[in-house]
Design a protein. Structure first.
Length: 213
């Protein structure tokens, strides 16, 4: 199951390794513009850092997920790739990470750099409350106008998300769910077996923080 961050979350971690200072920042990002905003922010608040290395993963579908990383002047493969691997190891998506480094005068070597960048990002991840990304199947149910309100109410009371109710020749109810079998069973029960649902694809939703109301 993929995970992401709350849009308002600002995970950050800092480490000093052999006099070099590493500052990792993570943000929720749905496109390259969001990732670029985080990079610009890091370059502004840590303008004295010599490197601002980054990685991001965008998109919920694993076969077409966009990813990119940058070493920003560090030896090839020692910064951006370790940051990206750290994000992938936690199955994160729609997330951008930037690690700013202040050089302390002591060389870490390629292995030391990779461990430092990955470790600082991992610390930032550990400080965050990750949110599951849920694949919601979309179904359309038609009903007589006289029954539409009752059917909608029954679906909501049983925990299904009703995204839309429209009226034409018949009422059309768009329902989102994670368990199509349960939805079909529920629709059969509340329509006495005459309700038919049609699959209309899927969307991705993020499970909210349960502490919020």
């Amino acid at each position: 199951m993929p995970y992401s961050l709350d849009p308002e979350a600002r995970p950050c971690a800092e480490a000093v390794i052999k006099k070099s200072r590493f500052i990792a920042r993570l943000r929720y990002a749905v496109d390259e513009e969001h990732a670029a905003d985080l990079l610009a922010h890091a370059r502004t608040v840590d303008r004295g850092a010599g490197h601002h290395c980054f990685a991001y993963l965008l998109g919920d579908e694993t076969d077409c997920r966009a990813e990119r990383s940058s070493d920003d002047g560090e030896p090839g493969g020692t910064a951006g790739a370790p940051i990206l691997r750290a994000l992938k190891a936690r199955d994160l998506t729609n997330v951008a990470a930037v690690v700013s480094r202040y050089y302390g005068g002591v060389k870490l070597g390629t292995g030391g750099l990779a461990r430092a960048y990955a470790g600082t990002v991992n610390a930032a991840i550990e400080s965050a409350s990750l949110r599951p990304r849920l694949r919601m199947e979309v179904f359309r149910l038609e009903a007589d106008h006289a029954d539409a309100g009752r059917v909608e109410g029954e679906l909501r009371s049983r925990g299904f998300e009703v995204a839309e109710l429209t009226y034409g020749d018949r009422a059309a109810i768009t329902v989102l769910c994670t368990d199509p079998v349960e939805l079909r069973s529920t629709v059969n029960g509340i329509t006495s077996g005459i309700g038919e649902i049609e699959h209309r694809g899927h969307v991705w939703r993020q499970r909210p923080d349960p502490r919020r109301r």
